[in-house]
Design a protein around this ligand. Structure first.
Ligand code: SF4
Ligand code: SF4
Length: 257
């Protein structure tokens, strides 16, 4: 019987290292065998420069590098850029301060405080409006879950992507930064709702612009309001093709849904 402590030669004649008590013997190292056969002849001569073939072939292909920021290529229409708080056609805000967007946000990037509308301070149709609205772009991952959660389509995403800034505070966007600019013919809020309507007519897109009564109210309370200058034509109230509820029409650039 062979002595366990004495190394024994294997079939190749190699001698395994001595085993001590409790150790597992390490197999003898095999000689190196390359996976590919070494090149010979002309292949061996060209081998050092063969990798440059890819570089050389690329020199004759069209350049695809974008010279940002000197040339700005528009993103795709459904690109998720910065958010926008939309308005109805008469200028009232769509946000009702419900906080559903904040609850849907996986990054906890939205902060909303709702408040009650008042007869002399009606910011949105119905009872409530978003008094404080903040989005922290240091946290936002542009997933779009917030705009899916919004029941009034107050919140949409634009194609704007240049959001870098020198300060952390500057990347917390306030309601004033996010609110859609007034289009010509819209009255800045607050002002009363269109007479005889409820928030349902607004949600259905049946408001196509401010009424003379609304313009008169703004004139009486804020005579210097610049939005009065753009309210010129007659006012309509009723479903029209122009009264599409969304500020960002479905499928149009800026509509990220
Ligand atoms: S896009 Fe996503 S991460 Fe950004 S605020 Fe909306 S839900 Fe939050
Ligand atoms: S943006 Fe929409 S979901 Fe968010 S608080 Fe306003 S109404 Fe509610």
């Amino acid at each position: 019987m062979a002595d366990r402590r004495t190394p024994q030669p294997d079939d190749d004649g190699a001698v395994a290292p001595r085993q001590r008590g409790g150790e597992v013997g390490r197999p003898a190292a095999e000689p190196y065998r390359p996976l590919r056969e070494p090149r010979t002849g002309i292949g061996e001569v060209l081998a050092p420069v063969a990798g440059f073939g890819v570089t050389f072939a690329s020199m004759f292909k069209p350049t695809v590098t974008e010279q940002y920021p000197f040339e700005k290529v528009p993103p795709k229409p459904r690109y998720h850029g910065r958010h926008q708080l939309n308005r109805y056609a008469d200028g009232l805000e769509k946000c009702i301060g419900c906080e559903l967007c904040a609850w849907a946000c996986p990054a906890d990037a939205i902060y909303v405080e709702g408040a009650d509308n008042a007869p002399d301070a009606q910011f949105s149709p119905g009872e409530r409006y978003g008094r404080v609205y903040q989005i922290n772009y240091l946290r936002c991952i542009f997933c779009g879950l917030c705009i899916e959660a919004c029941p009034t389509r107050a919140l949409t995403m634009t194609n704007e992507y240049e959001l870098a800034g020198p300060t952390r505070e500057g990347l917390i966007w306030e309601k004033e930064d996010l609110l859609a600019p007034l289009r010509s013919g819209q009255l800045s809020a607050p002002h009363p709702m269109v007479a005889g309507t409820t928030d349902t007519e607004y949600y259905r897109g049946e408001i196509s612009g401010p009424t003379p009564e609304q313009a008169e109210w703004v004139r009486a309370h804020r005579p210097d309001d610049p939005s009065l200058e753009t309210v010129d034509g007659p006012v309509t109230h009723g479903a029209t093709a122009a009264s599409t509820p969304a500020d960002v029409p479905a499928g149009a650039p800026g509509d990220a849904r």
